[in-house]
Design a protein around this ligand. Structure first.
Ligand SMILES: Nc1ncnc2c1ncn2[C@@H]1O[C@H](COP(=O)(O)OP(=O)(O)OP(=O)(O)O)[C@@H](O)[C@H]1O
Length: 337
């Protein structure tokens, strides 16, 4: 999905309320679980390819991947907006799409859907959403709307027309709509798409607040920085496949430190690296890098000097999270807006 135009920021409607059955054993402790979830579009394109999601309750799960990697299609299947071609999924222990009507009242979401009215105030827009929710009563609407606006910091701007909101305020209003009733899970599809740095910060702060209330957050993004700062867990999509899933800390641990040597003779340096058994050597013009493993930098320096290789610089660095993602997805993320 591409960035929504400002007036097209949307939320999904809450479904009808009814208690969901107790969690089935395989997904116990998980807010979202899927098994070999697959979506093949007419024309044969596999947008989501055998994805096994495991989103722990209470997590902030960053669902990362470049544009077109299948994030939105996955989210649409989780919300019953698209049918899987094969595989299965459970949201809060309820199978979807089969049980989606039962579970939707416990799930707030911000994905494509109906738009806010530009000439109505934030309050009046929320009132429309609230009135459309059959699970709520009109008698308590005022309190619900007031609380939702308060939660996203829009109390002072409640009476302002939606069209006069900043992009960040518009997005926060969309999140307020998703929070009109108490939720156990919030699913946000690219909530900072198109926002300026200030708006991005506002949404990020809001995600933290939602998580602090004990609500599981599933947030998709093609922006590493957005997710890195708020997530406890990440899933990384590439060409429809989930290529990494786990705690963010676990991903960081996979980062093997590398030694880099700047020299006019990378071929000779490469021979020294080979002799020392350094893994994954990469040669570029005047630069050679490899995993350092347990080898001491002092030894590498000594061996290079011994072989007569002129060393201009030697450094040891752990790959950044950005480097890891590039390795996983084959392309870069925008680190900053
Ligand atoms: N209704 C559809 N019919 C055919 N192909 C589709 C349809 N919806 C999505 N696709 C394709 O499926 C792939 C995955 O798209 P999807 O929107 O799920 O990716 P995404 O990771 O959410 O990307 P973005 O960040 O751009 O929204 C893309 O190649 C897209 O063109």
């Amino acid at each position: 999905m591409t960035a929504p135009a400002p007036d097209e920021i949307t939320v999904s409607q809450a479904g009808t309320a009814s208690a969901a059955p107790a969690s089935a054993a395989p997904s116990a402790g998980l807010a979202i679980a899927s098994t070999a979830l697959t979506k093949r579009f007419r024309g044969g394109q596999v947008a989501v390819d055998s994805v096994n999601l495991a989103v722990p309750r209470g997590a902030v799960y960053g669902f990362l991947g470049p544009n077109g990697s299948g994030k939105t299609t996955t989210i649409r299947m989780l919300l019953g907006l698209a049918y899987p071609t094969s595989g299965s999924a459970e949201v809060l222990g309820t199978p979807v799409p089969g049980g989606v009507v039962r579970v939707l009242s416990r799930v707030g979401s911000l994905v494509e859907g109906p738009a806010f009215y530009p000439y109505l105030s934030g309050w009046d827009n929320l009132a429309r959403y609230d009135a459309a929710d059959r699970a709520t009563t009109g008698a308590t609407a005022k309190a619900r709307i007031g609380e939702a606006l308060e939660r996203v910091g829009l109390t002072a701007a409640a009476k302002k027309r939606f069209r006069n909101y900043s992009l960040g305020m518009k997005q926060r209003l969309a999140i307020a709509a998703a929070l009109l009733t108490p939720r156990e899970l919030i699913i946000l599809d690219e909530p900072t798409n198109g926002l300026d740095p200030q708006g991005t910060r506002e949404v990020r702060t809001l995600v933290r607040q939602i998580a602090a209330d004990g609500i599981t957050v599933f947030v998709s993004s093609h922006l590493l920085a957005e997710v890195e700062q708020v997530s406890t867990h990440v899933g990384v999509m590439r060409l429809g496949k989930l290529v990494f899933q786990g705690e963010l800390a676990e991903l960081r641990r996979t980062a093997a430190p590398r030694v880099s040597v700047r020299t006019g003779d990378v071929a000779a340096a490469g021979e020294v690296f080979a002799k020392l058994g350094l893994a994954d050597p990469v040669l570029a013009e005047e630069l050679i890098t490899a995993e350092i493993g347990g080898t001491q930098p002092e030894l590498i320096t000594a061996e290079l000097v011994h072989a007569g290789v002129g060393v201009r610089a030697l450094s040891v660095e752990s790959p950044s999270l950005e480097d890891l993602f590039v390795g996983l997805t084959g392309e870069g993320f925008d680190v900053e807006r």
